[in-house]
Design a protein. Structure first.
Length: 275
């Protein structure tokens, strides 16, 4: 099982997350139920159009019988034109049916409308009120994160970004900055190279490593992310893959495996870098 990590505010976060983006409400129930059975306890959602499932997620988790204290719920402020961070957080709590979320993120830097320091102060108030145990950001680039870190009282606990071997080289400065300030990177779409319509060099390398280690290619990429100190946000409709994702914590890559995946990702076509 993936080990929990300690965030810079002292909170504990499970080492792998199950995401709910692009999941229709009819499919959400079976997916979350299977994810819970598999052993997932960290669930990631948001208010944006790609999600719109906070109410359904909250109901499923409430009916699961698993104590709230054993669950880690993360959501995001996605609609700056219709709400402030505090209004959005309260709306999410109501939909999720909980008193607090474990992690509340600014979904995009553009939500800040050019005022990252001022917006972050509002996020700090949410944490002070106890509505979110931890606060963070998503899709922040180096300049965005530097602006925040230069002005904040409470540093972001997390920056959730697109992260795979295909964009590792371009993400390295951001990872270094996050490490310097003890900001945990969460990575979504880590398995994207395996689903690309035009197979990328990473696919062959991951396959070869998987054959050597007698595991699955997706496990290789998740283990690679873990080796980079990145917490993976996964998503699947298949129960067997949920088990595979959790089992990836047992896959041990050697330094050459990691170097080979880095090098293969550096050869990826530019289009495959962008979400």
């Amino acid at each position: 099982m993936w080990e929990s990590r300690t965030l810079n505010d002292g909170s504990s976060i499970p080492g792998i997350a199950f995401g709910t983006a692009y999941t229709c409400k009819e499919e959400l129930g079976p997916r979350i139920e299977n994810a819970l059975k598999a052993g997932f306890r960290h669930f990631d959602t948001a208010q944006g159009k790609a999600y719109d499932n906070e109410r359904e997620l909250g109901e499923i988790l409430s009916q699961s019988g698993i104590p709230r204290s054993e669950l880690f719920i993360s959501t995001k402020w996605s609609n700056p034109t219709s709400s402030t961070p505090l209004q959005a957080c309260r709306a999410s709590l109501k939909l999720l049916g909980v008193d607090y979320v474990d992690l509340f993120l600014i979904h995009q830097p553009r939500n800040c409308a050019g005022d990252i320091p001022g917006t972050w102060k509002l996020m700090e108030e949410i944490k002070q009120m106890g509505l979110a145990r931890s606060i963070g950001v998503s899709n922040f680039k180096v300049d965005d994160l530097e602006t925040l870190l230069e002005s904040c009282t409470v540093p972001p606990a997390v920056n959730q970004i697109y992260f795979s071997p295909n964009n590792y080289a371009s993400s390295k400065p951001l990872l270094d900055l996050a490490q310097q300030h003890d900001v945990q990177i969460e990575g979504y779409w880590t398995l994207r190279p395996l689903a690309d319509d035009n197979p990328q060099p990473v696919v062959r390398v991951a396959h070869d490593i998987a054959q050597k280690l007698k595991c699955q290619s997706e496990q290789v990429l998740l283990a690679w992310a873990g080796a980079k100190n990145v917490l993976a946000v996964t998503r699947t409709a298949r129960a067997e893959r949920m088990q595979s994702y959790l089992g990836a914590s047992e896959v041990k890559l050697d330094p050459d495996d990691i170097t080979d995946l880095d090098a293969a990702g550096a050869k990826a076509s530019p289009d495959s870098e962008l979400p």
